[in-house]
Design a protein around this ligand. Structure first.
Ligand SMILES: [Zn+2]
Length: 503
């Protein structure tokens, strides 16, 4: 007998609909799994066999063939276990075919017969076009997020079989608990002094401009960067689902419930490999840190300590907002649109720059700066020198602006950007730049003198214009004036030696 069971498999962050076809016939007992399963998927045989045995269901002494269609796509992992087990039972006549009509199955089987959740449930469920989906209890809330399917749960294979045979009702889904409140984000009011760095943070949040802090240890670069999520607006419904899809596919859980509601903040260590940062790796193509930062912020502390090859791997995603990986005739695209904040010391000893206390040789300073390539440096619209705050600022005790006040201005600027047809001002280019960033004569003069002085490249001019647009927006002014351009230039300091800055 033949059974055909809808299920889904994960590749990158996308679910692909898979039909599990099972044929059971009389003959020499055997089990064959075809349809391009990888090693982890082929192990389904052992898991299904043990799970059925633990559930008191005998292994059919027959000739069994399982085909995972379409056979051109590689199948990875354990998400098809449950569908394979159900297909075997239907094809063997243990479950009536009518009972699985319109049902899709997603889940891994434990050897003891439990039905487990798998990474990427949200994407997997999204790939199914049947009306009802059956998952393990832990996957229930995530499977419900899309709201397109009826979701049934079963904790064990025995419960599932009883429900499908009609001898027992479907088990109740786990009780729904309200999402716990999000922990408060670190507040900008905790940062004393640092007016320029605070302003840069606000401009970065408002316009989506990548930001580089350069300064000695103890200047508060990390403390500043960690305030970014509190300045960004919460994710809208679509972005929240997209961020949740990525986190689920990576097997990373978020605090505050199943749905990722706040912009993510990822801060990988400088020892990170390019696979952990950018994604890829095994045949499953796992999303990396930059995809986990999608819709939020990626913070690279000690930028100069990252391997140059790792930083090079960032350039394409920064340009395109996605990582593209080719795997066995399939192209996988991982979303990666994030705000990049980086921090580095001015030189290896950390005391370079205006303090004049640097103990490094010119050669070691040059080597350090060359680790961050010109093209990557060019992606930072904002480059700010951060000094250690002086003692009077730390003790003065004046109240600083809170994240709540700043984030309201940020949200207003982002709303204006949306009216211009872009997600944020940083995406304004070409004709849109000319249309939305008209310069006054005085502003043009400021730019012209910066160009003549060799402070700016051709590309740099366009970026300064966009940052000036964001600054004007923050002040609620429609035209971009000389003062806005001057401020934008001030936020684009040449912090590393000129030789590293290639236009
Ligand atoms: Zn130094």
């Amino acid at each position: 007998m033949l059974a055909s069971i809808p299920s889904a498999n994960l590749l990158g962050v996308d679910g692909h609909r898979i039909t599990v076809e099972v044929h059971v016939s009389v003959g020499l007992p055997s089990f064959t799994l075809v349809g391009l399963p990888d090693a982890s998927c082929r192990e389904a045989h052992s898991r299904v066999r043990a799970a059925l045995a633990s559930s008191g269901i005998g292994w059919p002494n027959k000739r069994m063939t399982v085909n995972l269609a379409p056979s051109s796509v590689r199948k990875v992992g354990s998400s098809l276990d449950l569908a394979i087990a159900v297909g075997l039972l239907v094809a063997n006549g243990d479950i009536p075919a009518a009972a699985v009509e319109g049902l899709g199955f997603i889940g891994e089987l434990g050897l003891d017969g439990t039905i487990r959740s798998v990474p990427g449930v949200l994407s997997l469920v999204g790939a199914l076009d049947c009306a009802t989906v059956v998952v393990g209890p832990r996957a229930h809330r995530e499977a419900m997020l899309l709201g397109r399917h009826k979701v049934l749960v079963a904790g064990r294979v025995a419960e599932l079989v009883d429900a499908l045979q009609g001898v027992a009702p479907w088990p109740d889904p786990p009780p729904s608990v309200p999402d716990p409140p999000l922990p408060p984000a670190p507040d900008l009011a905790d940062v004393r002094g640092q007016p320029l760095a605070r302003f840069a943070l606000e401009v970065a949040a408002a316009g989506g401009h990548h930001l580089l802090f350069v300064g000695p240890p103890g200047a508060g670069k990390t403390m500043l960067a960690r305030r970014m999520p509190g300045l960004l607006p919460d994710l809208d419904a679509d972005s929240a689902l997209e961020a949740t899809r990525i986190h689920s596919a990576a097997g990373v859980s978020m605090s505050g419930g199943v749905l990722v509601r706040r912009p993510p903040f990822r801060a990988p260590h400088h020892g990170a490999s390019s696979v952990s940062l950018v994604g890829g790796g095994s045949s499953a193509v796992r999303p990396g840190e930059i995809s986990l930062a999608h819709g939020g912020c990626l913070f690279l502390d000690e930028l100069g300590e990252f391997a140059p090859s790792v930083l090079d791997a960032l350039r394409q995603p920064l340009e395109e907002g996605a990582v593209r990986v080719a795997r066995a005739a399939v192209r996988v695209e991982l979303p990666a649109r994030f705000l990049l904040i980086a921090a580095m010391n001015p030189c290896p000893c950390g005391e370079g720059g205006p303090s004049g206390a640097c103990r490094c040789t010119p050669a070691s300073r040059g080597r350090y700066h060359r680790r961050v390539s010109g093209p990557l440096l060019d992606r930072f619209d904002l480059r700010v020198d951060v000094r250690r705050p002086d003692v009077s600022q730390l003790l003065r005790g004046d109240a600083e602006e809170t994240s709540e006040i700043v984030s309201a201005r940020v949200a207003a600027v982002r709303a204006v950007a949306a009216e211009r047809g872009v997600g944020c001002n940083a995406e304004l280019r070409g004709p849109a730049l000319d249309a939305w960033v008209p310069l006054t004569d005085a502003a043009t003069n400021v730019l012209e003198s910066a160009l003549r002085a060799g402070r700016l490249s051709g590309r740099g001019v366009a970026r300064v214009r966009v940052v000036a647009r964001t600054i004007a927006d923050l002040r609620g002014e429609s035209s971009v004036d000389a003062e806005h351009v001057a401020l934008a230039l001030n936020l684009r300091a040449e912090l590393l030696t000129a030789e590293t800055h290639v236009a």
